[in-house]
Design a protein around this ligand. Structure first.
Ligand code: ADP
Length: 569
């Protein structure tokens, strides 16, 4: 059947009503009515064919009667159909059932209707009453049709068919049960549907709420991102750009549409970046640590400080990488100028100072003729103050070189004993002058010869021991080389000095930092010694730590990688 015809049929039987039960019953009645109309038409067609074939044997009265009954049936059914569609279902159903009971009375001889083959016809309204009207109405129709067949039996003088009446009531009971169960099941289904509808509505509302909350949150985050002065770029897990703020576009001199959808390689393939910087940036973006690590790169004429870190969802799933670009050009330029200035000034100061020192020593040694006690004392003062000045200048120079990345470590095999001996030679007198004892030791587990930059290691030790001498009034200072593990060794300097307050320990390695309220200022110094030690240790692949107790002393430990390969054990 084509879709069009199906639609027409649907429209014929379909009736809309607020009550779904009501519309179901009305549609059911429509189906039955249409069925009856179709059946009557088919029967009439068959009958016409039959009559045309047997024209002589059929009485014209019979034919008339048949057509009158069929016509009445069609008219009556059509009338009920309109009643059902436009008036009320209850009335239409009752009229339909009563109409059929009446029609059945003419469908056969009274004898056959009351006791014979056609008695079965009366069961139809009983079943239909329970389906089309209320379930209990099957009993009413059982009573109506029972009364009907009793009257028919009385009319033809035969006893009423009580077994048939009993069967009618039994059928009414079954119909009642079936229709009631169906009603209850439908009721349950409707209730479940209503609950489900409510649930769906509730969920939809919740979803809407959380979606709008997320939209607001996302909008706020975007606004924050756009107002950040530093350039921020976000990559997804595949390395594709998913967001970049205006500051970044300005820094990289790119258009928004250029950057969206770009991947890490496209971004680092800039012609204005040399291979080294490209490598650093690619490494930063493709393999960032969990904590942001910052690197400087040169891009076009700018120096950028880039920090990148991985982004994790609240469930701990890796969802991408975020990189922050800061324009460091001005700071880098100032830093470069400062370093150049420091290097030049230090160099220019060192040369005349060395010559002052040299001449003072020659004077003291009486190379230019004999000198008296007072003159020796003056020469001593010149020598000690010039030495102090020279050491400050050396520190400044070292600091400038380290910051400029120009200080290079030269590892080569050396004897530990020699290192220790050299330190004694430089500092024994200074400690003795202060009434302190400087002792040393070397762990026998350490090889005699190890690989390292002896000059810089000596500088580390001298700086640390110098501090110990400065900040120890009485007692001893001990330094030693200690085996740590298969891959590390330690240099330790321990004193019984004034100690460092706990809260200062983390800052003493910062440049130009001195502990307040200690003898730092009077003891000379600049606050650079420990910073240089830390940076030298870092350049050697090691680290420096300090433990201290005020009034009891301090212990400085430099942990270094143990390289014996070239030296041999
Ligand atoms: P400075 O040139 O002032 O000695 P450093 O960087 O060497 O600079 O040391 C920083 C500060 O740390 C010192 O000023 C001092 O206050 C403190 N300090 C360093 N070593 C010791 C020590 N052995 N005992 C006590 N305080 C120390």
């Amino acid at each position: 059947m084509s879709l069009k015809r199906l639609n027409f049929f649907n429209r014929l039987i379909h009736i809309t009503s607020d009550d779904s039960d009501e519309s179901r019953r009305r549609q059911l009645l429509n189906i039955i009515l249409l069925g009856v109309i179709v059946l009557t038409i088919i029967l009439m067609a068959i009958l016409i064919i039959y009559l045309l074939a047997n024209r002589q044997q059929t009485a014209s009265n019979d034919i008339k009667l048949i057509f009158i009954v069929a016509g009445g049936l069609l008219l009556g059914t059509a009338g009920i159909y309109f009643l059902n569609r436009y008036v009320r279902r209850g009335i239409a159903s009752i009229v339909f059932l009563v109409f059929f009971v009446i029609i059945f009375n003419f469908a056969d001889s009274p004898d056959q209707l009351a006791n014979g083959r056609s008695i079965i016809l009366f069961s139809i309204p009983i079943v239909m009453a329970s389906i089309l009207l209320k379930p209990y109405l099957s009993f009413i129709f059982a009573a109506i049709v029972s009364l009907d067949i009793i009257l028919l039996a009385l009319w033809i003088d035969s006893p009423p068919n009580f077994p048939a009446i009993t069967v009618f009531f039994l059928l009414a009971l079954l119909s009642w049960l079936a229709a009631r169960s169906l009603d209850q099941a439908l009721h349950e289904l409707r209730r479940t549907n209503a609950t489900l509808d409510q649930l769906v509505q509730e969920r939809t509302r919740q979803l809407e709420k959380s979606l709008s909350r997320e939209r607001i949150e996302a909008g706020r985050n975007q606004a924050i991102l756009e107002s950040i002065a530093d350039g921020v770029i976000v990559f997804d897990v595949t390395g594709t750009v998913i967001n970049a703020n205006p500051a970044l576009l300005q820094l990289l001199e790119r258009e928004p549409q250029e950057v969206k959808g770009m991947n890490v390689n496209d971004l680092t393939r800039s012609r204005s970046m040399d291979a080294r910087n490209r490598g650093i940036l690619a490494g930063l973006l493709t393999n960032p640590g969990q904590q942001g690590t910052s690197y400087r790169i040169s891009w076009k004429k700018k120096t950028l400080s880039v920090t990148s870190s991985q982004v994790f969802s609240t469930e701990g799933v890796h969802i991408g990488t975020v990189a922050v670009f800061r324009d460091f050009t001005r700071e880098a330029e100032i830093e470069r100028m400062k370093n150049t200035f420091l290097a030049v000034v230090s160099h220019e100061l060192r040369t005349p100072l060395n010559s002052v020192l040299g001449y003072a020593e020659m004077l003291k040694e009486a190379i230019y003729g004999p000198i008296n006690e007072k003159q020796i004392h003056a020469a001593d003062r010149i020598i000690s103050n010039s030495s102090r000045l020279l050491s400050i200048i050396n520190d400044l120079l070292d600091q400038a070189q380290i910051e400029a990345g120009r200080l290079i470590i030269h590892p080569s095999p050396f004897k530990l004993a020699e290192l220790i001996k050299n330190v004694h030679e430089v500092l024994d007198k200074l400690s003795q002058d202060k009434g302190l004892v400087l002792t040393s030791g070397c762990d026998p587990r350490l090889p005699d010869t190890i690989v390292g930059d002896q000059v810089r290691l000596q500088q580390i030790l001298i700086n640390l021991i110098n501090n110990s001498i400065k900040f120890t009034r009485q007692g001893s200072i001990h330094f030693r080389a200690v085996w740590h593990d298969r891959k590390h060794w330690r240099l330790e300097v321990q004193d019984s000095g004034i100690g460092i307050p706990q809260e200062e320990l983390s800052r003493i390695f910062d440049s130009f930092h001195q502990v307040n309220g200690t003898a730092s200022r009077e003891s000379g110094g600049f606050g650079l010694g420990l910073s240089i030690v830390k940076q030298l240790a870092g350049l050697m692949g090691g680290s420096v730590t300090a433990v201290s107790k005020v009034g009891e002393g301090s212990l400085f430990t430099v942990l270094l990688p143990l390289d014996t390969q070239k030296a041999g054990k």
